[in-house]
Design a protein around this ligand. Sequence first.
Ligand SMILES: CC(C)(COP(=O)(O)OP(=O)(O)OC[C@H]1O[C@@H](n2cnc3c(N)ncnc32)[C@H](O)[C@@H]1OP(=O)(O)O)[C@@H](O)C(=O)NCCC(=O)NCCSC(=O)CCCCCCCCCCCCCCC(=O)O
Ligand SMILES: Cc1cc2nc3c(=O)[nH]c(=O)nc-3n(C[C@H](O)[C@H](O)[C@H](O)COP(=O)(O)OP(=O)(O)OC[C@H]3O[C@@H](n4cnc5c(N)ncnc54)[C@H](O)[C@@H]3O)c2cc1C
Length: 666
Amino acid sequence: MAKITVNKDLASERAKCEFNVEELTNYLDGGRENTARRRRMEDKVLSVKELRDEIPEEYLSHKEKYENAIRKAVLFYKVQKSLDDPNQSDHERIRNSYRSTITSAIFKDNSPLTLHIVMFIPAIIGQGNDEQREYWLKRAKNMEIIGTYAQTELGHGTFLRGLETTATYDPATEEFVLHSPTLTAYKWWPGGLAHTANYCVVMAILYTKSKNCGIQPFIVQIRDEETHMPLPGIKLGEIGAKLGYNTVNNGFLGFDNHRIPRDRMLMRNAQVSKDGTFTAGANSKLTYGTMVYVRVLIVNNMANLLAKAVTIAIRYSAVRRQSKLKPEDPEPQILDYVTQQHKLFIGIATSHAYSRTALWLWDHYAKVTSELNAGKLDNLPELHSLACCLKVLSSVDAAVFVERSRLACGGHGYMLSSNLPQTYGLVTPASTFEGENTVLLLQVARSLVKAWQQMLNGRQLAPSMAYLADQKQLDRWDGSVNGIIRAFQKVARGKLAFSVANFEKYQKMGLSREDAWNKASVQLTAAAESHGRAIVVQVFKTETDRIASSLSPPLRKALDQLVELFTLYWALERLGDLLLYSPLSEVDVRDMQARYEELLEKIRPNAVGLVDGFDIRDEILNSALGAYDGRVYERLMEEALKSPLNAEPVNSSFHKYLKPFMQGKL
Ligand SMILES: CC(C)(COP(=O)(O)OP(=O)(O)OC[C@H]1O[C@@H](n2cnc3c(N)ncnc32)[C@H](O)[C@@H]1OP(=O)(O)O)[C@@H](O)C(=O)NCCC(=O)NCCSC(=O)CCCCCCCCCCCCCCC(=O)O
Ligand SMILES: Cc1cc2nc3c(=O)[nH]c(=O)nc-3n(C[C@H](O)[C@H](O)[C@H](O)COP(=O)(O)OP(=O)(O)OC[C@H]3O[C@@H](n4cnc5c(N)ncnc54)[C@H](O)[C@@H]3O)c2cc1C
């Protein structure tokens, strides 16, 4: 194997790291065996040279990008399948692979099969009855059919009760007639829908016996299994170029009185019998279950994407030298500027925070799902609220800190060869998809207002909201991490109390409940955001304490520093709130600021070790700035030379346009 020459600044950073990087990687992976398994899988996938791109994806046309992505998706799926452990349950498989980012090595802009894996199969599992699961899952898991999740329409994404696609039951033929009555009823956005999928789960308003029975899921064939031609009564296409996700093949779909058999309605929750009698499920919101599942997955996805961005930016900042700190000294590494540390260390801490929170949420999701399967629905509202608020916070923070990582790399961060713009293109849509963030915060607010009323009635609250019932004042500011967590809870409680009071005041002033809610909604969403912050800091602290207790002291210390940095960062970001709702004094603020700056200094020698600990291979980072060896300038030049414009010294446009133009002949 060729010896790697590592940039000397990066090498000396690695030499001064105070903990064992491999121990950190094992901790993040959930044990040495998981690390080994992940690496074996990466080795195997990366050994398939056909999965690599010869020409950088960015130089392909839109059509070529799609075709190349499909070529790789098929191969990638086969390789992954050959590595599957058949003894693992779906839950274990997802839990054990939560740190797997290998998809990024193959697709800079995501796979056209993502929706098949992430939503189509889960929708069948969550919405299909036993018979339907037996039939459709086998076909979907064997890739005999490829599907997607078609819910959003041109006119409605958020407001599901406003969807216009209808599924009208015809008892004479025992069929549903799917129809898009208007242009705005066209399904719009589903990944893989345009040219990849031949089936999809369609969410449509069910009409039977002339009654609207709400949104129900239907499994619909949209293309012929042999020719892949759209079936009669189906209009299909691609929605066009986007900020990111360009290889995901997002599509549109319209129905012209398209008929499907009765057994194509997924009937786990609600049913339509042969004569058209509708039987409602135990809770109509169980139909929204696939979205809850994906919101839970998104939290982890955000942690992984942020880990990628911050690895690139920290390594680059160790290599890059610019300006002067002291006139007599050489130009320092830009990582020595405390403002640079302030921009980036929070990204490392945030990735850890959401990685821990995502696992905690996943286990909670698994517990509630098994309760639902046993007919116990009590914990569904809390799960919905938690999934909404953690999806919102993780997607907002990831977008902010990925973009900050890009900006922290100066001009080179703007290059696609840094892979930072594409990473931003992968995180930013998560603020919109799977429930637009403001809308989800309003769902959280709704659950908090309900909890507030339950508390006033002396009822017990769900565990994640129990702190709302803590009436005790926070008498003293002790500045400890646990003290700050309690202060965050006081902030959330105080903001909620204030928004509930205003909501009630607006109603007393004569506004309808709905108008009062709308008028109070800025405060309500702020309360929901604070509730989310309180949960994340608490889960980050308690889960780190729980899992890290057996680690070596130097690693334990480094992790504690990240927890403290995260807590202090948000305390300083939310000073106004803390001053309003906790006994914080000016002296305490100055003390927090000083501690925060001390922490940056303490973390500084470990910064490269911390991102090395994420253990994201060069092939996955896909970045000229972030590679392990730090050959930043050489790689930037190598990537520049791949530009098709560099294939010839003079471009033909010179003779065609520029020359005649400069000579006044054009
Ligand atoms: C919730 C809504 C906003 C409102 O719905 P309604 O109008 O029907 O509700 P009401 O206001 O009447 O009632 C509210 C009531 O219901 C409760 N409720 C609501 N939702 C739920 C729920 N899900 N579960 C339980 N309960 C629920 C709520 O609490 C209220 O109860 P009370 O009355 O008691 O107070 C709704 O309209 C809504 O959800 N809108 C959002 C729509 C949405 O989310 N659409 C998503 C479309 S699909 C999509 O966007 C796909 C995106 C692409 C995803 C790709 C992700 C990839 C990355 C992650 C995975 C990585 C893995 C990598 C794998 C690899 O590639 O290798
Ligand atoms: C990359 C990407 C992939 C996607 N993939 C899929 C897919 O595979 N399948 C699928 O079905 N869909 C998919 N979607 C669609 C996605 O789920 C919707 O875009 C999303 O749910 C938001 O809905 P909307 O676009 O209608 O936004 P809108 O609801 O129109 O939002 C616009 C603005 O209105 C505000 N707003 C709306 N309602 C309210 C309210 N009640 N109170 C206050 N403010 C409000 C929002 O806050 C926002 O500021 C995808 C979207 C993207 C970007």
